[in-house]
Write a protein that binds this ligand. Structure first.
Ligand code: GDP
Ligand code: MG
Length: 406
């Protein structure tokens, strides 16, 4: 960023006093966290309000706004500084051209971003649209392929044109929820999070199984010891208790192993990012936006949107996930999501091998303990009904599963 011209953030003084106060508070919060500058990348299709949002945030007309999509073909970086804090915002050309993802625009953007670190991505769309289609998923996919899945941990879904009246008798909140849910689904699918969530879910179940089994094991051992202390001799039932314990260990082992083996091979190779829910923030860039008594722009639901947007930006920037460095490797590498893929089978393996010797409380049915073994075959099915759902939902080649099961 050093080569860019950093100007004093005079636009800040154009905001109503209450907005300025909130922004100064947020800047000092960042300073407390040793953050003295933020870099925000603004992406989205053309004409959705990216440049207008940049102008609204800066409080100056820095980016060209156009109603007819003859927008700038190059990204622009705007840097403003105030009270020891620097805000960098990168406005970009629209990512769709002639009904297709504009790879040329994406290429320009990524080359422009080389050696920059993105603290927050604002993925912009309109609130007052009713459709989410395959093109939206394609745009998200193209962003993911370019910057890696981790960019979504640093993102906000910004919806412009938020001063609107919902159709079909829907309330404002209902409409916002529906539109957000549809866009969330598109982002999750486009970014490939849906499958990862299933793997994470299974992994969490396996962890819970291990934890509860360890506790059952320790309770069983305590019971045995107290019997020995109380009776001054080894109880005759010790043999059965130990057999039961051994069975529980084995069945927990089988459960975890069963879970692992049922995850289809192509899902096991996915990374495990912290898949946080991407927040939706509403924006109204129009000069006709309603204002409150303090002159601050308010949305139909009463949100004072500029401070709210900045607050969300600060929260994403400080959410503990790493900012995304756009380095040569990321740009030239074929798939930025490769990292960590190999770790997944290892993590799963370590979980059942070393945490294990476990058993699930649910599986502890003392009354079922019999000398000649127990019904084990269905245990992983009972505990992991999702496996069947997973098999139904995710298109898996039958061959993959057969190989896994072998
Ligand atoms: P970009 O192509 O994504 O950068 O979109 P622009 O910022 O150039 O905006 C495209 C058109 O939408 C312009 O005519 C803007 O005035 C208008 N626009 C952008 N944001 C809003 C908004 O929140 N509300 C309304 N009413 N119009 C907006
Ligand atoms: Mg623009």
């Amino acid at each position: 960023m050093a080569s860019q011209l950093v100007r004093e953030w005079t636009g800040l003084q154009q905001f109503p006093v209450a907005t300025q106060q909130t922004l100064y508070e947020l800047m000092s919060k960042l300073k407390e966290e040793n953050v003295s500058f933020l870099t925000i990348l603004v992406l989205g299709k053309g004409g959705v309000g990216k440049s207008s949002t940049v102008n609204s945030l800066i409080g100056e007309r820095v980016a060209v706004v156009s109603a007819f999509q003859s927008e700038a073909m190059r990204p622009i970086l705007c840097s403003r500084t105030r009270a020891g804090f620097t805000l960098n915002i990168i406005d970009t050309p629209g990512l769709v051209e002639g009904g297709y993802v504009n790879d040329h625009a994406l290429d320009l953007i990524k080359r422009f971003l080389i050696n920059k670190t993105i603290d927050v991505l604002l993925y912009v769309d309109r609130l007052d649209s009713y459709r989410v289609d395959n093109l939206d998923r394609q745009v998200v996919k193209a962003i993911t392929n370019t910057f890696g899945q981790q960019i979504w941990q640093k993102s906000l879904l910004v919806l412009t044109h938020a001063q609107m009246s919902p159709p079909d008798g829907l309330s404002y909140a209902e409409f916002v929820n529906k539109r957000s849910a549809a866009l969330h689904a598109a982002v999750f699918e486009g970014a490939g999070f849906r499958k990862i969530e299933i793997v994470k879910d299974l992994e969490m179940k396996a962890k819970n199984t291990v934890a509860s089994s360890v506790s059952t094991f320790s309770r069983t051992m305590k019971y045995t010891v107290s019997r020995i202390e109380r009776e001054g001799r080894i109880p005759v039932q010790l043999h059965w208790i130990l057999r039961g314990t051994m069975w529980m260990i084995k069945s927990a082992y089988d459960m975890v192993r069963g879970t692992v083996s049922k995850v289809p091979a192509h899902l096991k190779t996915l990374p495990l990012p912290l898949c946080r829910k991407i927040r939706v923030v509403l924006v109204e860039n129009s000069g006709r936006c309603n204002t409150n008594d303090g002159g601050e722009k308010v949305l139909p639901d009463g949100t004072v949107w500029i401070p709210n947007l900045v607050k969300n930006i600060v929260e994403v920037a400080t959410n503990g996930t790493k900012p995304v460095l756009i380095d040569k490797k990321l740009i030239e590498g074929t798939d930025p999501n490769q990292m960590g893929k190999l770790l997944i089978p290892l993590v799963l393996f370590l979980q059942y091998r070393f945490l294990l010797e476990p058993m699930r409380r649910k599986a502890l049915r003392l009354s079922d303990w019999e000398e000649d073994g127990f019904e084990q075959s269905s245990s992983s099915r009972i505990l992991f009904p999702e496996i069947e759902e997973l098999e139904a939902k995710v298109p898996i080649r039958a061959k993959d599963l057969e190989e896994e099961e072998e």
